[in-house]
Design a protein around this ligand. Structure first.
Ligand SMILES: C[S@@+](CC[C@H](N)C(=O)[O-])C[C@H]1O[C@@H](n2cnc3c(N)ncnc32)[C@H](O)[C@@H]1O
Length: 388
């Protein structure tokens, strides 16, 4: 996708839940042809693999744009699980899916979670599409094309598979073998996955390669259908850029650069630190970014096991010290209770304590929620002396 900017994609996603006139304004402002290109790219990205023995074509006609002529696309659904798309028509497509452009935007980028009345038509061209010299009878080819059509429709409005399956599909290490993080992510983010979000993940994966890694960025893109996903890494990962995914090159230990990223692309609703896992980096990134997280957002830290590894600046004595990620989390437990804590004034100074809403700790995974944490604390008339 060459030419659609992040703010245009965000405009369209916002308009998908707006009134008809606002949605039309967005489509006309961006241009129906470019909108159609973005939508078909998103459908291809989301489409489930189809169990077919040869490639099948599925046609899509988008109307209601300006110019008024339908914009035609052909999806080619392959036996190896891929789906490709190109502009044009197909003589062999059994099914032609018809959509008004605005309805397609609503179905792809709206936040409907429940089944709704169909906004599309599906026209079947049984006889016209059949090649009499083909080795398979008409009925069989119709049945297989249903599978291809179902795959394309799954890219429009089927719910995403669970995060464990997506982690496996896109080769992230967040589930299976090394870690079993995805059920925790589901628990914390399942309820907001249809919201408009900006997500920042530190650490893209795939070593030096420009186009290697990115498993978790793809996983988030599929799981959060209305989110913009930003990934940062010390290596250039720009080969992984695609609609709704933007990679940025830099060091998570550079507080000034992180503040710049926030100014340009933030504020973020979710920040995930899956970067170097060097303890000082984790502490510095938290100190630089938590303040910029949107109120109501969540900061996630992975792989706190390095707190116990001197090779990562950790501490291999019995209890992890204050300069480790586990040490950071222990100090946050005190900050969470800043109004009851005798050092409350000092602790709240940088604003972390008063915006620390909750901490959820799992093995090697922490979710830190940002929200107001100021309510006066336990009042003075409550005795400070327990019964003996
Ligand atoms: C564990 S991998 C990320 C895996 C990915 N999040 C996933 O789940 O598929 C860690 C990444 O952090 C990057 N990294 C290492 N040090 C960094 C630093 N100081 N700043 C930013 N990224 C760093 C590495 O290049 C590597 O790509």
């Amino acid at each position: 996708m060459d030419d659609l900017k992040l703010d245009e994609i965000e405009w369209l996603i916002r308009a998908a839940e707006a009134r008809d006139d606002e949605l039309r304004e967005a489509i006309n402002g961006i241009g129906a042809v470019r909108v159609a290109r973005l939508l078909t790219e998103e459908i291809v990205f989301r489409a489930a693999p189809a169990n077919v023995h040869r490639p099948f074509d599925v046609a899509l006609e988008i109307t209601g744009g300006s110019p008024p002529e339908p914009i035609s696309y052909v999806f080619q659904v392959h036996p190896d699980g891929r789906t490709e798309v190109s502009e044009g028509t197909s003589a062999t497509a059994v099914h032609v899916i018809g959509y008004d452009c605005a309805d397609l935007v609503r179905d792809v980028f709206g936040c409907a979670r429940t089944p709704k009345p169909a906004r599309r038509t599906i026209r079947s061209r049984f006889a016209e599409s059949h090649d009499p010299s083909a080795d398979r009878p008409l009925l069989e080819s119709v049945l297989y094309s249903q599978r291809a059509t179902a795959a394309v429709l799954s890219g429009i409005d089927a719910p995403a598979p669970d995060l464990g399956e997506l982690s496996t599909r896109y080769l992230s290490d967040k589930w299976g073998g090394l870690h079993w993080f995805t059920p925790h992510y589901e628990r914390h983010f399942g309820a907001i996955r249809h919201e408009r979000l900006r997500i920042l993940e530190i650490g893209i994966g795939g070593y030096e390669g420009r186009s290697t890694g990115g498993g978790s960025l793809l996983m988030w893109r599929r799981y959060f259908p209305r989110a913009l996903i930003f990934g940062i890494d010390v290596f250039d990962k720009s080969g992984l850029d695609q609609p709704r995914i933007k990679t940025l090159r830099g060091d998570q230990n550079d507080a000034e650069w992180l503040a710049e990223i926030n100014r340009e692309y933030g504020p973020f609703d979710i920040i995930i630190d899956d970067g170097s896992h060097v303890n000082q980096h984790v502490l510095n990134s938290f100190s630089a970014l938590f303040r910029h997280l949107r109120t109501g957002g969540t900061y996630v830290i992975e792989d706190m096991w390095t707190s116990y590894c001197p090779g990562y600046g950790g501490d291999d004595s019995d209890t992890a010290g204050p300069s480790t990620s586990i040490g950071l989390l222990k100090s946050l437990v005190d900050l969470l209770h800043h109004e009851e804590h005798r050092n409350a004034a000092g602790a709240a100074e940088d604003g972390t304590a008063s915006m620390l809403h909750g901490i959820h700790l799992y093995r090697n995974l922490a979710f830190i929620d940002k929200g107001f944490n100021i309510d006066g604390g336990i009042p003075p008339f409550i005795p400070r002396q327990g019964l003996t």
